[in-house]
Design a protein around this ligand. Structure first.
Ligand SMILES: [Zn+2]
Length: 196
């Protein structure tokens, strides 16, 4: 996987494409699947470190539940207190409703879409299809002589580099009001009313 914060450009890009989807839900949704990685490391019982939250089944149930709860209850106070982003705007962007549910869902799916091509196993259809039978297209293209681990390392480096450049570009673009623009959404997008 790219480091979890490197999923941010996908969330930001989706918000720019569809400004009526609040950025906080997209960000939280795009980060949530990776919270299972350290947990699965701790409970290492021979299962892959990407499993439940990287499957469509887990994503549409537990992933959605966690994303909505965290975006609604934790995101506004944390971002307001740590990054000094205006609380009223956060509360509005994180209020429960269709816009929040959709933004969390799109953020979660965006996470899977970025992970899928660059992993040598994908639990996207777990528990019905063995994750090790779904190999990312980038891994296959970059695997020297079929060495999937080496292909993954190359695919990971490539995707992470592209995402890092995108993240720095976004930060530069948002520099005049960095945290508000990056964590709440740019004022230009707020002219669009959120989906009710
Ligand atoms: Zn992931």
């Amino acid at each position: 996987m790219p480091l979890t914060p490197l999923h941010y450009p996908v969330a930001y890009g989706l918000h720019r494409l569809q400004g009526r989807l609040p950025l906080p839900g997209l960000i939280v949704g795009s980060f949530i699947p990776d919270i299972e990685v350290p947990i699965l490391w701790v409970f290492d019982r021979g299962v892959p470190d990407h499993l439940i939250l990287h499957s469509l089944l887990g994503l549409l149930t537990l992933g959605m539940l966690l994303s909505v709860l965290i975006t609604h209850y934790l995101y506004p106070p944390l971002v307001a207190n740590i990054f000094r982003v205006e609380r009223l705007g956060l509360n509005k962007a994180c209020s429960l409703g269709t816009a929040l549910y959709l933004s969390c869902l799109v953020g979660l799916l965006g996470h899977l879409a970025l992970d899928l091509p660059m992993h040598w196993f994908n639990p996207v259809l777990w528990p019905w299809i063995d994750p090790y039978t779904i190999v990312g297209i980038l891994v296959l293209l970059l695997a020297p002589e079929g060495d999937l681990q080496a292909g993954f390392a190359l695919a990971n480096s490539l995707v992470s580099s592209v995402m890092l450049v995108a993240l720095l570009g976004i930060a530069w673009k948002c520099r005049h009001s960095l945290w508000t623009n990056m964590l709440l959404g740019e004022s230009s997008a707020s002219s669009n009313e959120p989906i009710q």
